[in-house]
Each structure stands twice: as structure tokens, then as C-alpha cells.
Ligand binder design. Structure first.
Ligand code: MG
Length: 481
């Protein structure tokens, strides 16, 4: 049995190792951009999970929380640890088992509960896991709320209760059915059903298989799943829905003559679509499509999206009387901005679509229903619908920069670009008059800047990356002194 002192020391070491990987920015930080993440049994252990559970429970002042988890091998273990910690400070638990993250988020709102916790590492590789904490509106906690939990954790301010006040654990059934029914209210079920679409789903052997196939069955679709068996080792593909992980989905759609393919990440909040020809579209394109048909029905609405999104999203807003609200990169920021500004639609380039009338969080099943709704309404194939959007060429690059110089060099760059249309909300984004753009962002995990350029032709996009890579290298040299 390790001494209390030994335990404290070990927790501290684990936290510092998380910091090195960029998941934590300071020794008193637990939460990264999307919950608490780490490699299981190295950076995120059961011991830590108990303590995190008690800190979260103390923050919620002993309320009733929903707890669920994804399909990872470590998820049941960490879930039990988090629940033990929550119970120890008097929180009552409604346990929903294995569910997509957006299903749990919807259940919190639907059952009017105090909040919830989901054990998931979303798109990270199988050896990772994580803990996302959700507020009573179904949205992940704000940074201020996370800080409150971090203070409880690091100052050991957990309020443990007496033996007769320990929280209860009850199962909560039916959350997937409630979630599916809620999504159906936002689309024309009859019109989609009449089309008898053939849809291939690739949910990466994870929780996306637990809801969308049944939603699509209710929408009259013939559903074919690949990687449909639940397996936390992710034997079919890695849980991040990147183009290189989706070749099997693309070829299956083509081979069986399906109308649509859709891939989800490990907790099914992000969705990436494949058209009937097997072409895979990155998130900005499907988001722009959803945005276009949303603005046609809801002109003058504000659309929330991070500065990493393509100018395509702005083009659509300009063409259909919408207004873009640019934010920092990160799904929680998009959700929190939507909440604060009372807006109805948000989206990210990585496949996150936030449909406020359902819930202001990214939701893979809701996004799939919206895409089918547009296809049915317009009587067009996905390739046609995407083909009608403005076209951009994307080019990426990176420049090495020591951590301690990142901020200084970026400040200098922003100064130099003052005469241009720029945003410094997250890195430096510059929009040029010919509708090309470049975003320069320091990586949160590596000593590099990442450059994302886009333009109306490939050559211009490449030129932008080259020009700004050289500019940055010179700036880094100049701030070295
Ligand atoms: Mg996710």
C-alpha cells in the first residue's frame, strides 16, 4: 500500500508528464482543449480518476449527474473510478453505459439534471482515454468552471461526505431512443423516407454504431455498417475520421452503389461524409452545405465557426445574408459562443456540426440527418450539392519554433500585417482581397507553427505557404536577439 505522500508525488509526476505532451499548460492544469486526456495507466490512472471524480462532484455540490463512456478498453475501469470519486462526495449517479457523447449531452438536458461526465478520448488513438465534464445545458464546462475543478483537485478541497450521505448509482435506460426521436423532430422524416437512401456507416468500432444506424432505419434508409462491431482496440481504423483512415468507407460506398457514406470519430460527435462516387469531403465543405440551406430558411442568422475554417463558410454567409462570428479553435469555444450569442448554427473544419435547435454541441447523428434532409429536399446527390459550392485549394505547412519564442514572433507578425484584414483571436489569420487566406497557429503539442493556406488555385495556396514560412523563419531569428 503506497503512502499518501507517495501517491501525491506520483500524481504530480503524471501531471507534469501530461504537461510535456501539451495536454496541460501549467502544473495546475488538468483540462486541455477538450476535457482531460492522457495515455491510460501512464498519464491518466484510476487513482487520478477517483480524485478527479471527487473534485468534479465537489464542484457540482453533490447533485445528480449522468455518467457514461465510449468503447475503449480502459473506459469501464476509469468510469467505475470516476463514479467512486463522485459517490464519495455525495453525488448521485444515473449510469447510461456505453453511448455517443452527444447522446449523453442530450440526456442531461432532457432529464433536467445537474450535469454529467463522459469517459472518452474522442478521436485519440486507443491507448488514450479522457474525461469530459458537461454542464446542465448539455455543453462542456467553460474555462472558468474547469479552473474551479482544477483548484479543488490541486488544493485537495474535496468535500467527502459521511457514510450515510454517500451517493447512489442507478441505471438510466432509453437515452438512445430519446436522442433518436429528438433528432427526427428537426428533419422531414416523410420526405427522406420516400427516398430509400442506401447509407454506409463507419463508426470505427465505437459508439457511433449505437445510435445512427437506428436513426437512419427510422428515416427509411438501407443501412450498411463497416467496423460495426464494438471493439476498443479499434481494429478497423483509427478513431480520427481523417481522409487516410476512410479509404475502406469510400470504396465500400462506391462498390455497393450507396447514396452516402459517413464516418464518425471515437465518440461520434464529429462526422465526415463521402459522396456516391467515393469522394471524401473534409468538414468545412459539409458545414458550408448545411449552412447554405440553413440560411436559405433562416436569413440574417449568425454562424459561429473557428478561424481555422475555410473562407468558403464566409462566402456562403455573404451569399445568403448570414454573418460569421469567428472564434478560437475548439469545440467548447464554439458551443459557449453559440450559447452566449443565442445563435443556432456552428461548425468546424474537422467535421463538427452544431445544430442549436437540437443542441449547441457537435453531434454526428444530427449532422447526418441534416445532410440527408438537404439531399431529399433538393433531390440532388451529395456530389452535386458540394459541386455547387465555391471551390478552394488548401495547402499546409509547418515552421519550427522554440516554445519560448512562439508568442513574441507571432506578435511581430501581427504587427507587420496591420494593414491587412486580420484576426489575432487564435494565432494570426489574414484574409486577402482575392479571397485567399492564411492561418498561422502555434501548435499546442509541438515546438512548431502550423500554416494553413487556401486560395482559388493550387499554385497561389502553395505560394502563400512558402512566403509565410520564410517570413516566420526571419521573424523567429529576429526575436532570438
Ligand atoms: Mg469527438
Amino acid at each position: 500500500m503506497p503512502s499518501k505522500r507517495g501517491f501525491k508525488k506520483r500524481v504530480k509526476t503524471q501531471i507534469y508528464s501530461l504537461e510535456r505532451r501539451g495536454h496541460m499548460l501549467s502544473p495546475r492544469r488538468l483540462f486541455g482543449t477538450n476535457g482531460i486526456r492522457g495515455v491510460v495507466n501512464k498519464e491518466l490512472t484510476s487513482e487520478m480518476a477517483i480524485k478527479i471524480g471527487s473534485s468534479v462532484g465537489t464542484f457540482f455540490k453533490h447533485g445528480t449527474l449522468i455518467v457514461g463512456h465510449d468503447a475503449r478498453t480502459s473506459s469501464p475501469m476509469l468510469t467505475k473510478a470516476v463514479i467512486a470519486g463522485l459517490n464519495a462526495v455525495g453525488c448521485n449517479i444515473l449510469f447510461v453505459g456505453m453511448v455517443p457523447t452527444p447522446t449523453l449531452q442530450y440526456a442531461i438536458k432532457n432529464h433536467k439534471l445537474d450535469g454529467g461526465v463522459i469517459i472518452t478520448a474522442s478521436h485519440n488513438p486507443p491507448e488514450y482515454n479522457g474525461i469530459k465534464v458537461i454542464w446542465n445545458d448539455g455543453i462542456e464546462l467553460s474555462r472558468d468552471q474547469e479552473i474551479a475543478i482544477e483548484n479543488i483537485f490541486f488544493d485537495e478541497k474535496m468535500r467527502y461526505v459521511k457514510w450515510n450521505e454517500i451517493g447512489t448509482i442507478r441505471d438510466l435506460f432509453g437515452v438512445v431512443d430519446d436522442y433518436v426521436e429528438a433528432i427526427k423532430k428537426h428533419v422531414n422524416v416523410e420526405r427522406i423516407t420516400k427516398k430509400h437512401y442506401r447509407v454506409v456507416i463507419d463508426a470505427a468500432n465505437s459508439v457511433g454504431n449505437l445510435a445512427t444506424p437506428y436513426l437512419l432505419r427510422d428515416l427509411g434508409c438501407k443501412v450498411i455498417t463497416i467496423n460495426g462491431n464494438i471493439d476498443g482496440t479499434f481494429p478497423g481504423r483509427l478513431p480520427e475520421p481523417r481522409v487516410e483512415n476512410l479509404t475502406e468507407l469510400a470504396s465500400t460506398v462506391k462498390a455497393i452503389d450507396a447514396d452516402l457514406g459517413v464516418a464518425y470519430d471515437g465518440d461520434a460527435d464529429r462526422s465526415v461524409f463521402v459522396d456516391e462516387n467515393g469522394e471524401i469531403y473534409w468538414g468545412d465543405k459539409t458545414f458550408a452545405l448545411v449552412e447554405k440551406y440553413f440560411l436559405k430558411d433562416n436569413p440574417d442568422e449568425k454562424i459561429v465557426t473557428p478561424v481555422s475554417s475555410s473562407t468558403l463558410v464566409k462566402d456562403i454567409a455573404d451569399a445568403y445574408n448570414g454573418e460569421i462570428v469567428w472564434t478560437k479553435v475548439g469545440s467548447v469555444t464554439v458551443s459557449q459562443t453559440m450559447k452566449k450569442m443565442k445563435t443556432k448554427l456552428g461548425g468546424e473544419e474537422n467535421g463538427g456540426i452544431f445544430y442549436g435547435p437540437h443542441q449547441s454541441v457537435r453531434d454526428g447523428a444530427m449532422a447526418t440527418a441534416l445532410v440527408l434532409n438537404i439531399m431529399a429536399k433538393t433531390n440532388k446527390k451529395l456530389s452535386q450539392l458540394i459541386g455547387e459550392l465555391p471551390k478552394y485549394f488548401i495547402e499546409k505547412g509547418k515552421v519550427e519554433c522554440p516554445e519560448n519564442l512562439k508568442e513574441k514572433a507571432l506578435e511581430k507578425l501581427a504587427e507587420q500585417m496591420k494593414g491587412f484584414n486580420i484576426s489575432t483571436i487564435d494565432g494570426v489569420k489574414v484574409w486577402f482581397k482575392d479571397r485567399s487566406a492564411i492561418l498561422i497557429r502555434p501548435s499546442g503539442t509541438e515546438p512548431i507553427y502550423r500554416l494553413y493556406a487556401e486560395a482559388k488555385n493550387e499554385q497561389k495556396a502553395k505560394q502563400l505557404v512558402n512566403k509565410y514560412s520564410l517570413k516566420l523563419e526571419k521573424l523567429i531569428d529576429s526575436v532570438k536577439g
